[in-house]
Design a protein around this ligand. Structure first.
Ligand code: GLU
Length: 317
C-alpha cells in the first residue's frame, strides 16, 4: 500500500518555472519528425515543421515563454473558442437551442451525426457547431469575421492579430466538407444567414494568425473568473466556467479523453499546431508546434502540456 499525503492545491512556483520550461523544451524537441503538418492548403503545408513555442501567463500578469513563442501561426480551430466566448457573451444561454454541449466522438468535420440529430451539432467545437456559432455572430454583426477579429484583438491587447487573406482563400478553395455542412444546416433550418455569408465568416476566423504569447493573454480571462489585466471579458458571471467545461469535454477533437487523462486541463487545439489550455485560478498557456498526430492535435504541444502539468502538479485533478 502507498502512503498518501494530504491533498493541497498546488500553486505554480514561478521561481522555478523558467527552468521547468527549458527542460520541457529540451525534452519535446526530441520528438521532431514524428508527426505531420496540416496539408489541406498549400500555405499550411509549407510551414517549417520543426518549430516549438510555449507561453504561459499567470493571473497576476507574469509572463514566461520559450522557443518560437512570438512567431505567428494559423490558429485554425482555436478561433472556435473565441467565437464561442463572443456568442455566449452576446446571446447567453439562448445559443444552446441551436448547438449541443456533448463530445461527438467523430472527426471534427464529420457530417454523420448532423442529419440523424436534426441539424443540431453536438458541440460548438466541431465544424458544424462552429458554423452555427458563426451564423449566430453573423446575425448580430454586419461584418462578423471582423467582429471576431476585433474581439481577439481586444482580448490579447494586440490589433495585429488579423485574418491572413492567403489562408482564408485556401480555406474557401478547399472547404468542400464545410460547404456541405453549412448546406445541410440550412436545409435543416439551423442556419439563419446566407450559406455563403456564414461560411465567409467561418473560413476567415480559422485564418486568423496569432502567436503563443498573445494566445496566452487572450485566454487569461478563462483562468481568472472572466477578468484579465486588459479587460473584463464577459457580462455574465459564470461564462468562464461554461467555456472551460466545454473545452475540457470537447476541446481536442475526438482525442479529448486522452488529453484529459494525460494533461488534465481545459484546452482547445487547432490544426495549425496550436493548443491553448487553462489552469483555473492560476494561468493560461499556449503551445505551438506544427507537426500533428492522427487526430489533428499538435504532437509536441500535447507532450509539452503533459510535462507542464506533471512537473508543476497543476492539472485540475
Ligand atoms: N479550417 C479547418 C476546417 O474547417 C479547421 C481545422 C481545425 O483546426 O480543426 O476544416
Amino acid at each position: 500500500m502507498t502512503l498518501c499525503t494530504p491533498y493541497q492545491t498546488q500553486q505554480l512556483d514561478t521561481n522555478t518555472l523558467p527552468e521547468v520550461m527549458e527542460r520541457i523544451y529540451r525534452e519535446v524537441v526530441e520528438d521532431y519528425g514524428k508527426g505531420k503538418v496540416a496539408d489541406y492548403i498549400p500555405v499550411l503545408k509549407e510551414v517549417n515543421p520543426r518549430q516549438f513555442g510555449m507561453a504561459l501567463r499567470t493571473i497576476d500578469g507574469e509572463e514566461f515563454s520559450i522557443g518560437q513563442a512570438s512567431a505567428p501561426f494559423s490558429i485554425q480551430s482555436i478561433s472556435k473558442l473565441f467565437a464561442l466566448m463572443l456568442a455566449l457573451d452576446i446571446y447567453g444561454e439562448e445559443i444552446w437551442e441551436r448547438v449541443g454541449r456533448e463530445p461527438s466522438g467523430m472527426r471534427f468535420n464529420s457530417l454523420l451525426l448532423l442529419e440523424s440529430e436534426g441539424g443540431i451539432p453536438r458541440n460548438p467545437f466541431i465544424n458544424a457547431g462552429a458554423i452555427v456559432i458563426s451564423d449566430i455572430i453573423a446575425a448580430y454583426s454586419s461584418i462578423p469575421a471582423k467582429r471576431i477579429q476585433d474581439f481577439i484583438a481586444g482580448l490579447s491587447n494586440n490589433p495585429d492579430n488579423r485574418i491572413d487573406p492567403v489562408v482564408a482563400a485556401g480555406e474557401k478553395a478547399t472547404g468542400f466538407l464545410n460547404t456541405a455542412i453549412a448546406n445541410l444546416l440550412k436545409a435543416l433550418n439551423n442556419l439563419h444567414s446566407d450559406v455563403d455569408r456564414t461560411l465567409d465568416c467561418y473560413f476567415k476566423q480559422c485564418a486568423i494568425s496569432m502567436n503563443c504569447i498573445d494566445l496566452a493573454r487572450a485566454t487569461e480571462c478563462l483562468a481568472n473568473r472572466g477578468c484579465s489585466n486588459f479587460n473584463s471579458c464577459f457580462s455574465a458571471n459564470n461564462t468562464h466556467k461554461r467555456i472551460n467545461a466545454i473545452m475540457l469535454t470537447c476541446g481536442l477533437y475526438d482525442a479529448v479523453g486522452n488529453f484529459a487523462y494525460h494533461v488534465g486541463l481545459p484546452a482547445k487545439s487547432g490544426v495549425g499546431g496550436g493548443i491553448v489550455a487553462v489552469a483555473p485560478g492560476q494561468y493560461s498557456v499556449a503551445v505551438w508546434s506544427p507537426e500533428l498526430d492522427d487526430y489533428g492535435n499538435s504532437l509536441l504541444g500535447q507532450a509539452a502540456l503533459e510535462k507542464l502539468t506533471s512537473y508543476t502538479q497543476t492539472s485540475v485533478f
